[in-house]
Design a protein around this ligand. Structure first.
Ligand code: SAH
Length: 390
């Protein structure tokens, strides 16, 4: 097996458990190497660190799959890892839907698998993982006997690895509108054309967290997508619910989901730019009991972090202005680079500008099927905050 030697002086990241080796940390490669090959990673003085896949064309040269010298990377390896990930989800109480594999947090770098009932959606975001797609599909078939598997590899990040953007069936074709249940409600997941893998499983616990504060209230939800938070609000007893999304397809799906749950009379969805209407409506003096904000990630690069901060401050300021004294703001951020402390600081800045006092109700993160590995900051990405706005 080809060997990759690290330079003598590299950051302690790899030693501390992080699976990535950047190209500038590599001293030399001994043996032939084509993109995606499994290699052995060694310290500068030849001590075994682990095995992983390499891509000489990527900034991330090696991603480690194991640190166990006795562990061989083959089909069984993927079966065992996926089976372990499923056992862990079951241990946490997941049955029907979950993120089955969350990449690095399940020690399968660049692999995402979402389970929606009897269907699976996967993403292989690096060349070295993409090569193992047949083994991954075989493992899913052996463990779950699924009704269908779909690949959502239509994501730009694959191009950094020299991979094309593609999507399609990895099983016999099936109806890609899948019915799932969450917190006693029904939702349709469009695994073919929906955003990301079709549904945001990471907010499933957070959707439950609004249960008490929405009762009897007028609720405004911006960035609604398929209406999940808003339909929960109606189900939990809100008087009226208005959901906003810039995508007309999302609004159509949200309406379908409301109907599916018999909540169409309470839920209205509008296809508008939330930034524009939040600004306009706060100027007009509209008031709600609860405002919910769940925007998409504002940046993936450090250069644009200031833009993301400004964006979060802006919508949260607008949101707060729309809240009656004593009402609640439900606000989230999935921007990886905005760490929890920074997110709270941004909300505090918005409150100062809005001249409002905040009383914290909950501050939590992604659901536990998206595990957070301590020491790997990028696995801790979701911030979810409920505050009373006085
Ligand atoms: N709350 C949803 C997830 C929201 S994802 C859930 O729990 O499932 C973010 C959504 O914001 C996407 O549906 C996207 O279409 C929408 N969006 C992006 N920019 C927008 C804008 N300027 N105005 C309104 N919606 C926007």
């Amino acid at each position: 097996m080809t060997q990759v030697y690290l330079k003598k002086k590299i950051s302690r990241r790899i030693e501390n458990g992080h699976p990535w080796v950047f190209a500038n940390e590599v001293d030399k490669t001994v043996g032939p190497l084509s993109g995606g090959d499994i290699v052995e990673l060694l310290t500068h003085d030849g001590k075994f660190i682990g095995r992983g896949y390499a891509n000489p064309k990527s900034l991330i040269f090696v991603r480690l799959l194991t640190r166990n010298k006795g562990e061989i990377i083959n089909e069984d390896f993927f079966f065992n890892k996926i089976n372990t990930a499923w056992k862990y989800r079951q241990q946490l109480g997941y049955t029907e839907n979950c993120r089955l594999v969350f990449g690095e947090a399940d020690f399968l770098p660049a692999l995402i698998i979402d389970k929606f009932n009897d269907y699976f959606v996967l993403q292989t975001l690096a060349l070295g993982m993409d090569i193992w797609k047949p083994a991954i599909v075989k493992a899913l078939q052996a463990i779950f006997k699924p009704k269908g598997i779909y690949e959502r590899n239509d994501v730009p990040v694959r191009e950094l690895e020299g991979l094309p953007q593609i999507k399609g069936f990895l099983s016999e074709p099936f109806d890609t509108q899948i019915l799932i249940h969450e917190n006693g409600l029904k939702f349709i997941v469009d695994v073919e054309n929906g955003q990301k893998t079709g549904y945001f499983l990471d907010q499933q616990d957070n959707r439950r967290a609004i249960q008490h504060i929405v009762k009897g209230g007028d609720v405004l939800g911006a960035f609604t997508y398929t209406g999940t938070f808003e339909i929960h609000a109606a189900h939990y007893g809100a008087k009226s619910v208005l959901g906003l999304d810039i995508s007309a397809t999302a609004v159509e799906q949200a309406n379908k989901n409301a109907a599916l749950n018999g909540l169409s009379d309470k839920c209205v969805f509008q296809a508008v730019n939330a930034f524009d209407v939040l600004k306009l409506w706060s100027k007009e003096g509209r008031q709600y009991d609860v405002v919910m904000l769940d925007p998409p990630a504002f940046t993936k690069s450090r250069e644009n972090i200031q833009k993301a901060i400004t964006g979060y401050k802006e919508i949260n300021l607008r949101g707060m202005k729309l809240i009656k004294p004593g009402g609640f703001l439900v606000t989230t951020s999935c921007t990886n680079l905005v760490q929890p402390e920074l997110f709270l600081e941004i909300i505090e800045m918005a409150a100062k500008d809005a001249k409002r006092t905040l009383r914290q109700v909950v501050f939590q993160t992604q659901a536990s099927d998206h595990p957070i590995i301590w020491g790997q900051e990028n696995t801790h990405y979701l911030k979810f905050l409920i505050v009373q706005v006085l």
